[in-house]
Design a protein. Structure first.
Lengths: 130, 136
């Protein structure tokens, strides 16, 4: 395992705060969702980060792909027609269509930044609003 | 078992007809003893029929074996079955892949990976199909 990922996993196990990743499948008025509870490092934004349209309702989260893989989130999906080592549509990486439940509140994902090292996803950074 | 827990085998908005579309499998279920499976159709409009076969593999995905078939038509519904890996099957069964009869199960056959294969007829609108499994 990549040492940066191992470091993050240790920190999340020791100090992480549980959040819920939620992928919704919506078809008109009907819908369903798949949840996974994963630990996250949760940070409110600092004064320096509160610029432009960014406000104090934003939270910055760091999660590990290890916990997503362990939960096998979001479960069975229709496979993409083309495969690649790093699939841009990899369902394990949250998208801005997904939601986060943080401290009891549903929050929208505004930005997703998977970070790779040596070809391996070592952490996923999320900006959430709500 | 290695990874007991609740997993989603399928969570899909159904529109145009599906012809034996296999979803990606849930893996690493070695040592599974039982599975409680719930299939839920949230119906909107249109369509004719939809079937979800829950399948397992005993050979790392080379072949898939039906263990349950959930059939729905044009109304919302929830169906649940519970299967045990400890039920003796002393008479050899002939496995099927996407051919098990509607609303039947094959008890006693559980493997280390599980998936759903979907077939639908007609064009559904505002309809979602989800299949969840609780393994232990």
């Amino acid at each position: 395992m990549n040492r940066f990922l191992a470091q993050l996993d240790r920190r999340l196990e020791a100090r992480g705060e549980d959040i819920v990743l939620r992928k919704r499948t919506q078809a008109g008025s009907t819908g369903s969702f798949v949840d996974a509870t994963v630990p996250a490092i949760v940070r409110a934004l600092t004064v320096e980060q509160l610029i432009g349209l960014v406000n104090q309702q934003h939270f910055f989260l760091i999660i590990s792909p290890t916990h997503i893989n362990r939960a096998q989130w979001p479960g069975g999906r229709t496979p993409t027609a083309t495969g690649s080592l790093i699939d841009p549509a990899d369902p394990r990486i949250p998208t801005t269509s997904d939601q986060v439940i943080l401290r009891g509140a549903v929050k929208a994902i505004e930005r997703v930044a998977p970070i790779f090292d040596a070809g391996e996803c070592i952490r996923i950074e999320l900006s959430v609003l709500g | 078992m290695l990874n007991p827990g609740d997993y989603s085998l399928c969570d899909l908005a159904v529109t145009t007809a599906l012809n034996a579309v296999a979803q990606t499998p849930i893996k690493n279920l070695e040592g599974i003893l039982a599975a409680t499976i719930e299939a839920k159709l949230s119906y909107g409009s249109g369509g004719t029929s939809i079937r979800a076969w829950v399948q397992v593999t005993l050979d790392d995905g080379a072949t898939w074996i039906d263990i349950a078939c959930f059939a729905f038509t044009t109304s919302s519904g929830v169906k649940v079955v519970n299967l045990s890996g400890l039920t003796p099957a002393t008479t050899a069964i002939t496995p099927s892949d996407g051919a098990m009869a509607d609303n039947t199960v094959q008890d006693g056959v559980l493997g280390s990976a599980m998936r759903v294969k979907l077939t639908s007829t007609g064009t559904y609108a505002n309809t979602t199909m989800s299949v969840k499994v609780s393994t232990r």
